[in-house]
Each structure stands twice: as structure tokens, then as C-alpha cells.
Design a binder for this molecule. Structure first.
Ligand SMILES: [Zn+2]
Ligand SMILES: [Zn+2]
Length: 123
């Protein structure tokens, strides 16, 4: 009897690599890299605190569409957007006047529109 452990396929969707436990080395490295890149953009513990405090004070969606409707009808925000689009590392990354509370759906809609040439370009 060999003490060799059975190999199983890496649990990452679409990855066919056989591995002894958990994810394969390549997927583990990818996971480490993506964590680091989110962190390097400033989405760290400090941002988590800023975001939480802002959402506590501004619990409703503040996107362009929602600010036009009465607050009792506005959806609850779950994300915080940077108006300047620069994220937590920007010069106003933790400045509340540069933040907007948004629902997830409205945040992605606003982000799509704020690409170059979008409404966010007008300054
Ligand atoms: Zn894998
Ligand atoms: Zn909205």
C-alpha cells in the first residue's frame, strides 16, 4: 500500500489541473496576485472603515437617477463610489465630498458610463 494521497481536480471552475489538496499551485498564485492587486489599489482596511462610515451616514443610493426621486422610494446603497473615479488612492480617496453611496446595480451602471467620453468627463 502506498501512502500517496489521491489526486483530485482543482476546484477552480475551468481548471483541469490535478492536485493533492485544495487548489493547484497556479490557481493559488493567481488568488494571491488578485488579492494583492485589490489591496494595492487602496481597497484595504482603511477604505473598509471609510466605506462603512459613509454608508452608515448615507444609506440610500445617490446615483443621478436616484437623487431625482424622493428618498422614501430610493433603494438602499451597498457600495461606495468615488466621484473622481480614482479610488481610495486618489487625492480625495477618503474625502466624503468625493464619495457617493450606490446600489451594486447602479454602481456598475455609473462606472460603465464614466468611462472616457462619459458624463463623468465634464469635470
Ligand atoms: Zn487550478
Ligand atoms: Zn441609484
Amino acid at each position: 500500500m502506498s501512502p500517496r494521497r489521491a489526486m483530485s481536480v482543482c476546484p477552480t471552475p475551468g481548471c483541469p489541473t490535478l492536485t493533492q489538496s485544495g487548489r493547484c499551485d497556479a490557481c493559488r498564485a493567481t488568488a494571491r496576485r488578485s488579492r494583492r492587486s485589490a489591496h494595492s489599489k487602496g481597497y484595504d482596511a482603511r477604505w473598509a472603515r471609510t466605506r462603512k462610515a459613509y454608508l452608515l451616514a448615507n444609506p440610500l443610493c445617490e446615483c443621478e437617477e436616484c437623487t431625482a426621486i424622493p428618498s422614501p422610494l430610493r433603494p438602499a446603497a451597498t457600495e461606495v463610489d468615488h466621484i473622481d473615479g480614482l479610488g481610495p488612492l486618489g487625492p480625495r480617496g477618503h474625502d466624503w465630498s468625493n464619495l457617493r453611496a450606490m446600489t451594486k446595480a447602479h454602481h456598475s451602471r455609473a462606472t460603465a458610463r464614466s468611462q472616457p467620453g462619459g458624463w463623468n468627463d465634464r469635470g
